[in-house]
Write a protein of this length. Structure first.
Length: 132
């Protein structure tokens, strides 16, 4: 009986904590992707869901080939631009660090510049964003 008295409140608290964590957990959303190669030094990914979700962070992920990203320019829905400087060599199948946006907002597009010499072959770049 004493065990039951002690155990029931603990189980109740565990359920409440698990529900709170699950309800507040958000995840990265795939926005869109593009293919890059050695003939260019930049790429652009447009957000097809403009004005539907506000974002606080972004990251770029790769397939097939490493890429050295030099900078990223985020364009918000009101055409305001924010530049983020990078000098990251991202491995194949890897991603940039999580890039915290200076202000939360609707992202219209993301332009990125890279070193074409760092590419081994054509690769896909995917934009992921973390919603508010």
């Amino acid at each position: 009986m004493l065990t039951r008295r002690l155990l029931m409140p603990l189980i109740f608290m565990a359920v409440i904590c698990a529900t709170t964590v699950t309800a507040s957990a958000k995840s990265w959303e795939k926005v869109d992707s593009t293919t890059i190669g050695r003939k260019m030094d930049h790429g652009t990914i447009f957000n097809p869901h403009l004005n539907s979700v506000r974002y606080r962070m972004i990251k770029l992920t790769l397939s097939k080939s490493p890429v050295r990203f030099l900078r990223v320019v985020v364009t918000y829905g009101n055409d305001e631009h924010v530049q983020i400087s990078l000098n990251d060599l991202v491995p194949a199948e890897g991603s940039t660090q999580d890039l915290t946006l200076p202000r939360i907002g609707y992202v219209k597009r993301v332009d990125f510049w890279y070193d074409p010499a760092s590419l081994e072959k054509t690769t896909s770049v995917t934009l992921f964003a973390y919603p508010v």
